[in-house]
Design a protein around this ligand. Structure first.
Ligand code: KG4
Ligand code: ZN
Length: 335
């Protein structure tokens, strides 16, 4: 079964065709990062306009790359939630139009479910159940994935998402948006023990995350040192910040795996590209006897191949949508 899918939840317009949820036939992504960089973050109005302008070309490119036509696909998948509402609407309306015109099934896909599915494309043998850690620009979740379409959130951030903490810390350091990758690069040259940043815990909720205290500690350190004209080694700061993030994440992942008695761990989302987090979770997995699954770097960020993959399993589960489908800005993965 060949599924064509569209992703437009944030600042990437993407289209892909995937066979049986596992084999990428083609995948195209147009990023708007350069334009949003001017403003230090995603400007929702601009994002939806650019999606409108580029979606037809991206879809054409995707079919051209696959050497297929509309008649060759069996169904249409689309990200409908969560995300920027104006951005989501562009993809949802395009997919609805295509489904109506081609008389082919429409499948609504949750963005975080699709991030998990990026691992089905990377690891052909991977099957639920497993524990998933989703770390992206807008989300930090620990999810008990019971089956392809059955999820239970066991931990979540109470404030900032981890990617948000990376991006805000990077912005304060003067790095361009999105700052996660800049911190990753800079940290490689620094001493991770130079600064002792907090590892905040959420009282009474051992699997929840809190990143705003860590972010504020970085901002306070930078403000104080600038007021007192004390130079700060940015590489040391990035390395110490990243170590704190790794400690916070690793502690929750190990605890959740033990609580759920689950030794299969899957990581997903834009921040899963972080080299220190990948290394740390590999080391923890070795120590604790877990099997760790990480997405290929090219599939960590937003793309439509992961949407087409999850759409396949949603379809198998009889989760198809109709012309009443609407975009939803905020929706839990276990909806
Ligand atoms: O999943 P994603 O592409 O978009 C959302 O659904 O949010 O994630 C984007 C986030 C941004 O915060 C970006 O800074 C972060 O992923 N990111 C990284 C790295 N690459 C991307 N954070 C840390 N280290 C990286 N190497
Ligand atoms: Zn994402």
């Amino acid at each position: 079964m060949k599924i064509f899918a569209i992703e437009s939840s944030c600042d990437e317009t993407a289209a892909a065709i995937v066979e049986n949820g596992r084999k990428i036939i083609s995948s195209t992504v147009a990023t708007q990062i350069e334009e949003h960089r001017l403003y230090g973050g995603v400007v929702p109005e601009i994002a939806s306009r650019r999606h409108c302008e580029s979606i037809s070309q991206i879809v054409d490119m995707c079919f051209k790359e696959a050497n297929l036509t509309f008649n060759d696909i069996d169904a249409i998948g689309v990200t409908f939630a969560p995300g920027l509402i104006g951005s989501l609407l562009v993809g949802v309306n395009y997919a609805k139009g295509l489904s109506f015109a081609l008389k082919k099934p429409l499948i609504a896909v949750h963005h975080l479910r699709s991030h998990i599915a990026s691992n089905y494309l990377t690891h052909q043998e991977l099957k639920p159940p497993f524990l998933a850690l989703i770390i992206s620009g807008g989300h930090s979740h620990l999810v008990n994935v019971k089956d392809y379409c059955t999820f239970e959130v066991v931990g979540r951030t109470r404030d900032d998402a981890v990617g948000e903490a990376f991006d805000k810390a990077a912005r304060a350091l003067g790095y361009p948006y999105p700052g996660g990758i800049e911190i990753d690069k800079s940290a490689k040259l620094g001493n991770e023990n130079a600064f002792d940043f907090p590892r905040p815990k959420v009282e009474g909720s051992t699997l929840d995350f809190s990143f705003s205290g860590l972010k504020t500690a970085v901002l306070n350190l930078l403000n104080n040192s600038s007021q007192k004209s004390i130079p700060i080694n940015k590489n040391d700061l990035c390395a110490s910040f990243q170590l704190a993030v790794c400690d916070i994440i690793a502690q929750r992942v190990v605890l959740a795996a033990k609580k759920l008695n689950q030794n299969k761990i899957v990581i997903a989302g834009g921040v899963s590209a972080n080299s220190a987090i990948r290394k740390r979770l590999q080391a923890e997995s070795k120590k604790n006897g877990f099997s760790l699954f990480l997405p290929e770097i090219s599939l960590c960020g937003d793309n439509a191949a992961m949407v087409a993959s999850q759409a396949y399993y949603e379809f198998q589960n009889e989760n198809s949508a109709d012309m009443s489908l609407n975009a939803v800005a905020s929706l839990s993965i276990d909806y």
